[in-house]
Design a protein around this ligand. Structure first.
Ligand code: ADP
Length: 169
């Protein structure tokens, strides 16, 4: 019998950083890329302690932008929004962690950057709703939906950050 191996296997199951946690889709919009804010924005999620599981620079086709924002397709600003999102490359990201959806929304700040709290990404780095530099999923369901929409299967990466045991007890 091999008790050591067995207990190791058992322990793995309960280590929080080895579990699949909540996921969110974060996207740096074309203005964020053009303004050279990619590193700054990624850094905020990294420093917070969430785990990146997907990352790519991508020129978004019209149909994908329309699918992503389909709940807003009756809004008067919808055509402008699609034009904005497809105007240049975006940085697509998947992030994972307990409570990552709501926490990322807090880090991002209010939709209107003038109402976003200082310390948030939009509060610190933007002034207009139509140029608010970053997107974050608004629910865990949409997090899953949007990651599936923007990433192909082989593009996501399962890994355990070396810092995991120092972040998660
Ligand atoms: P959030 O991105 O904060 O979840 P919404 O889902 O309400 O906000 O809107 C999606 C995106 O549509 C916003 O981030 C913004 O880029 C754009 N948008 C929302 N409202 C307006 C508006 N009134 N005028 C122009 N663009 C808007």
């Amino acid at each position: 019998h091999a008790p050591k191996q067995k207990s190791l296997t058992k322990r793995r199951i309960f280590l929080p950083h080895l579990q699949k946690m909540e996921e969110t889709y974060i996207m740096i919009k074309p203005d964020g890329v053009q303004r050279g804010l990619v590193g700054e924005i990624i850094s905020r999620f990294e420093k917070k302690g969430f785990k990146m599981t997907g990352l790519k620079l991508f020129k978004c086709p019209q149909e994908l932008a329309e699918e992503h924002y389909k709940d807003l397709n009756s809004k008067p600003f919808f055509p402008k929004l699609i034009g904005y999102i497809t105007s240049g490359p975006v940085v697509c990201m998947a992030w994972e962690g307990d409570g990552v959806v709501a926490s990322a929304r807090k880090l991002i700040g209010a939709t209107n950057p003038l109402q976003a709290e200082p310390g948030t990404i939009r509060g610190d780095l933007a002034v207009q709703t139509g140029r608010n530099v970053v997107h974050g999923s608004d629910s865990p369901e949409n997090g899953k939906r949007e990651i599936a929409l923007w990433f192909k299967e082989g593009e996501l990466c399962e890994w355990t950050p070396a810092q995991a045991p120092w972040l998660l007890e």
